[in-house]
Design a protein around this ligand. Structure first.
Ligand SMILES: Nc1nc2c(c(=O)[nH]1)N[C@H]1C(S)=C(S)[C@@H](COP(=O)(O)OP(=O)(O)OC[C@H]3O[C@@H](n4cnc5c(=O)[nH]c(N)nc54)[C@H](O)[C@@H]3O)O[C@H]1N2
Ligand SMILES: Nc1nc2c(c(=O)[nH]1)N[C@H]1C(S)=C(S)[C@@H](COP(=O)(O)OP(=O)(O)OC[C@H]3O[C@@H](n4cnc5c(=O)[nH]c(N)nc54)[C@H](O)[C@@H]3O)O[C@H]1N2
Ligand code: SF4
Ligand SMILES: [Mo]
Length: 902
């Protein structure tokens, strides 16, 4: 790639917000690399970022606005944008006229750009006059938001990435940083390599890849973090580590908070018991924390996604305030944000209980200010529904029309089958999507095609308050348009032409920046971007990454907050919050004896709408799985690789068993990514309880009582097929036959793993009908019905077009590796044709094992061989020999684990 002609943009995945250089090759393919000049990543990318180029094809894209003529129809009817906008405006207006403004809602996303988000929020709060806009950030960051507001008076993240490098101790709480924020993890690893005295503690029930670097891992009992940090607070006081000068001058609430901590967690051994920890390990952690002035306590979903999520976050913040470890280099509490623009959404007020620009919905003066700024006819005067409640209101008909933008709630909300039922009952569902088929868009009455990453322009804000540009480098395909444009069209159609006449993202951005500085004298607040309010289009286009606040007249952003120890509370002090720990609402019992935990895998992003397209990313974790401890596997008769069914009071799902002692007994873990497009029965949202935190409304995704059992199956199979389009229709066929399936994207083919409860009447006709073969087709097969064995392959013009292998036991199927490789090579050699039904290359076999390094496709067995036979003992040595870990570095934690295991 030529860096001088590449477009500088920002990665569309996680909240690290890495700078990306993107360019389009002559053949139309996209090439990406890390932007060395971006201060979030200095040229690094993780494997998801590095594989962006593989996700850009238009297969499956929604390219035109469309209507679904009836709810059950699979076929869509193409319409124009004018008609789409006027239909939406018409239905919304009609429903509001009949049922009031509370009967319509928008449900949006932390993956919108700030400009989209700003327009959505302005439309609903200022022009529909309702608080009914909420976002998937409710599922993600809302507990941190509420905790920041309680402690600091506003949603403010004090620290920056450099603080992680300057810290002497980093504590990661409920964060699988190595997989979910890999470039932050790489920065931590590099800082530790340069300064080995730096300590790392990980607090997570599971032993994740993140623990590989840790000096100490505390496998905390799920849901008990408030005890742990209350205990730390009590310990700090006992050990004389309070900063009394800081407490006196800059905080409020110390006495009540310490009292509450002493009462609930004054006895260390008792805390260790409740948290399921070894008392000595707990004491070691408390001592480390007490002894290191420069400590960053970073937290993520193990904290936020809990019915005590806000309290967990405040318990952490309390300790930092008591010790005065905030507003200085290398110290502070740090909520690591998930989505690329979780922060931008909070700035514009995208949650149903916020207004805009850190102004408060429930403050009449603030409402006046914003209404005045917008010149809007009305303004929301009470909070709208929070996400889980919103879908409940849709279910029972209080909300009759919903417009869903850039999120997939039928997969990602808890009690997801009820969410699907709610949308089925809803009178009018609009979905703005990049993709035509998602579990949510399947239920839309009107579909609007959105411009995707690389096609749209705007800004995102990362975890350290840094605003970066996303820049377009591709034309918008078909009639896809940016979301801010689509929302403006509908607003215009409802009679608000003057207020939504934007012609570019730039115009929206400067309005947002102006509002952030608006009336700072009357309503002072730390969030301020007014230094960017005068940008012209050219300087907006050239905008360099910058951290807010950036006040009018300033040219430099602000790296770290609270260095002057002024907070956004009414008394200007930071507030310690007294906390009474409580257990999750739903506990395990004899019927549901396991705690089900859910989260992410290294190489997939959420509902896989983009990462699912990249063959490289499919190699690491290929299928939906459930992690279970070996003792539990034995007592439940479950074996590695078998299908297991997990049931809860809310639903059930099926995934492949992974037996591992990285998860404690009586706990299960299932990843969130698989959905109705990529697997049958694997939507984990369907089994998750809909309990939420009472303050933030964030769901308890990490804790649902569950039971597990083997899923009965008569046969297992895999199928490989060349044509992607044919693969799409197979999915419907498998669903109709009630088979279990999962779909895996390969380089030149699609693979399905299958399981069924009853044999087909005739394997040959079943297999041939999958591919709609004519009698003339070149089909070779071998079968042994008595043993349930069937193998068939379709050869077209001398190359492999498809094959299917079925058997009784899943572990007696041949490796998929060699067969997969045949799709890339064109014509089969004669010897290959002969070996086809054996499923193995002619000659001796090498089994590389499951992929560890996705960039260079290096398998586990190959790595173990190099460690054992060649005596390689470092990731660097392995990299020098095998290349693994030398591109994006995402697999280095796993390489270290393999080295230590060997
Ligand atoms: N590869 C990848 N990266 C991503 C994403 C993705 O989809 N894929 N999504 C992005 C988004 S939106 C988000 S929000 C972030 C999430 O990033 P993380 O929060 O790091 O990821 P999770 O896997 O959801 O959960 C983190 C950990 O919390 C632990 N945990 C569960 N219960 C408890 C508990 O009671 N206490 C403690 N201390 N820990 C607990 C889980 O075992 C899990 O390992 O990742 C972002 N990055
Ligand atoms: N069980 C369980 N559930 C969870 C979690 C968990 O840990 N456990 N985590 C929760 C968290 S933290 C999060 S953030 C959510 C994420 O959950 P979702 O937001 O539902 O997941 P995505 O797959 O990212 O959905 C984004 C959708 O927007 C589309 N899209 C992408 N770009 C654009 C665009 O520019 N415009 C438009 N209009 N559409 C676009 C994509 O194609 C995709 O379908 O999941 C939550 N759900
Ligand atoms: S860490 Fe990876 S996913 Fe996150 S922004 Fe950077 S490249 Fe993208
Ligand atoms: Mo998230």
């Amino acid at each position: 790639m030529n860096p001088s002609t590449a477009v500088r943009t920002t990665c569309p995945y996680c909240g690290v917000g890495c700078g990306v250089l993107a360019s389009v090759n002559r053949n139309g393919s996209t090439e990406v690399s890390g932007d060395p000049a971006h201060p979030a990543n200095f040229g690094r990318l993780c494997v998801k970022g590095a594989a962006l180029g593989e996700t850009m094809d238009l297969h499956g894209r929604l390219l035109h606005p469309a209507l679904r003529p009836t709810r059950d129809s699979a076929a869509l009817q193409r319409i124009g944008w004018d008609e789409a906008a006027s239909r939406i405006a018409g239905r919304f207006s009609q429903i509001i006229a009949e049922h009031g403004r509370e009967a319509v809602a928008l449900y949006v996303s932390g993956q919108l750009l700030t400009e989209d988000y700003y327009v959505a929020n302005k439309f609903v709060k200022g022009y529909l006059g309702s608080g009914n806009i909420d976002t998937n950030s409710r599922l993600c960051m809302s507990s941190a938001v509420a905790a920041h507001k309680r402690a600091f008076g506003a949603d403010l993240v004090p620290v920056c990435y450099e603080d992680l490098e300057q810290a002497d101790l980093i504590v990661l709480v409920g964060s699988n940083t190595a997989w979910c924020h890999p470039v932050i993890y790489q920065r931590i690893a590099a800082a530790r390599a340069a300064r080995p005295s730096m300590k790392l503690v990980v607090i997570d029930p599971r032993r994740t890849a993140t623990c590989e670097q840790a000096d100490l891992h505390l496998p905390i009992a799920p849901g008990t973090d408030v005890w742990l940090f209350n205990g730390l607070l009590a310990y700090l006081r006992r050990e004389g580590r309070f900063n009394f000068g800081f407490l006196r001058d800059h905080t409020h609430g110390e006495i009540e908070t310490v009292d509450a901590a002493e009462r609930s967690a004054g006895n260390l051994d008792e805390v260790a018991r409740v948290c399921g920890l070894d008392p000595q390990a707990l004491r070691d952690f408390y001592r480390l924390w007490a002894d290191h002035e420069r400590v960053v306590t970073a937290f993520s979903q193990g904290v936020n996604q809990s019915s005590a999520g806000v309290d967990k976050a405040n318990a952490i913040i309390n300790c930092h305030l008591a010790a005065g470890r905030i507003g200085m280099p290398g110290a502070g509490p740090f909520s690591i944000t998930g989505q690329p623009n979780a922060m931008g959404g909070r700035e514009v007020g995208g949650l149903s209980n916020q207004l805009a620009a850190h102004l408060e919905l429930e403050d009449p003066d603030h409402r006046d200010l914003v209404r005045g700024f917008w010149g809007s006819p009305e303004i929301a005067d009470k909070p709208g529904h929070k996400a889980v409640d919103l879908f409940e209101a849709i279910y029972d008909g209080r909300v009759k029309a919903v417009w869903i933008i850039a999120t997939n709630p039928v997969v990602s909300l808890p009690d997801a089958d009820r969410v699907r039922a709610a949308l089925k009952r809803c009178e009018f569902v609009v979905v703005s999507e990049v993709n035509r088929d998602t579990d949510t868009s399947d239920l839309a009455d009107v579909l609007l095609p959105a411009a995707a990453w690389g096609e749209k322009d705007g800004t995102v804000t990362n975890s350290e308050r840094r605003v970066s540009r996303q820049r377009a480098f591709l034309p918008m395909p078909g009639e896809a348009r940016p979301d801010w444009w689509a929302i403006s069209e509908v607003a215009k159609s409802m009679g608000h032409a003057e207020s939504f006449s934007y012609v570019s993202a730039h115009e929206v951005f400067v309005e947002h920046a102006r509002l952030s500085g608006w009336a700072q004298d009357r309503a002072p607040r730390m969030f301020d971007l007014s230094g960017l309010a005068e940008l012209d289009a050219v300087s907006y286009d050239r905008l360099e990454p910058v951290q807010w606040p950036l006040r009018a007249g300033q040219t430099q952003g602000t790296q770290r907050l609270f260095e002057d120890h002024r907070y956004d509370t009414s008394d200007g002090r930071a507030h310690l919050i007294p906390l009474v720990p409580r257990l999750p609402q739903h506990r395990t019992d004899s019927e549901y004896p396991f705690v089900l935990n859910t989260g992410r895998v290294r190489d997939q992003w959420h509902t896989m709408s983009r990462t699912g397209k990249a063959p490289r990313l499919a190699t690491h974790m290929q299928e939906p799985y459930v992690e279970i401890h070996p003792d539990d596997a034995i007592s439940h008769g479950l074996h590695e690789g078998e299908l297991a069914r997990v049931s809860t009071r809310w639903g059930r799902c099926t995934a492949r068993t992974r037996v591992t002692d990285s998860i404690p007994p009586q706990q299960l873990f299932i990843p969130i990514h698989w959905n109705g497009q990529t697997a049958a029965e694997a939507r984990v949202g369907a089994v998750v309880n809909p309990v939420v935190d009472p303050l933030s409304g964030e769901p308890e995704f990490k804790h649902t009582p569950a039971r597990i059992e083997a899923r009965p199956t008569r046969w297992h199979a895999f199928l490989l097929i060349r044509a992607a389009a044919a693969a799409d229709s197979l999915r419907d066929r498998f669903n109709a036959e009630a088979l279990w399936w999962t779909r895996i994207q390969g380089t030149d083919f699609v693979r399905f793993e299958l399981a069924g409860n009853a044999d087909p009447d005739d394997w040959t006709s079943w297999a041939q009908s999958l591919f709609a073969l004519t009698p003339q087709a070149d089909w070779i097969e071998a079968s042994d019905p008595a043993r349930g064995l069937y193998r068939g392959a379709w050869i077209e013009e001398d190359s492999l077009a498809a094959c299917v292998f079925a058997t009784r036991q899943h572990d007696t199927l041949p490796s998929r590796e060699w067969l997969s490789s045949l799709f890339g090579q064109g014509q089969l050699q004669f010897s290959q044709r002969l070996s086809l039904l054996a499923g193995r290359a002619p000659g001796p076999q090498i089994d590389h094992g499951p992929t560890v390094c996705a960039c260079y496709n290096v398998g586990r067995n190959t790595i173990l061989g190099a460690i054992g036979k060649d005596g390689l003992k470092t990731p660097e040595a392995l990299g020098a020999k095998l290349k693994c870990g030398t591109n994006c570095g995402s697999c280095i934690p796993e390489l270290r684990t393999l080295i230590s295991q060997a």
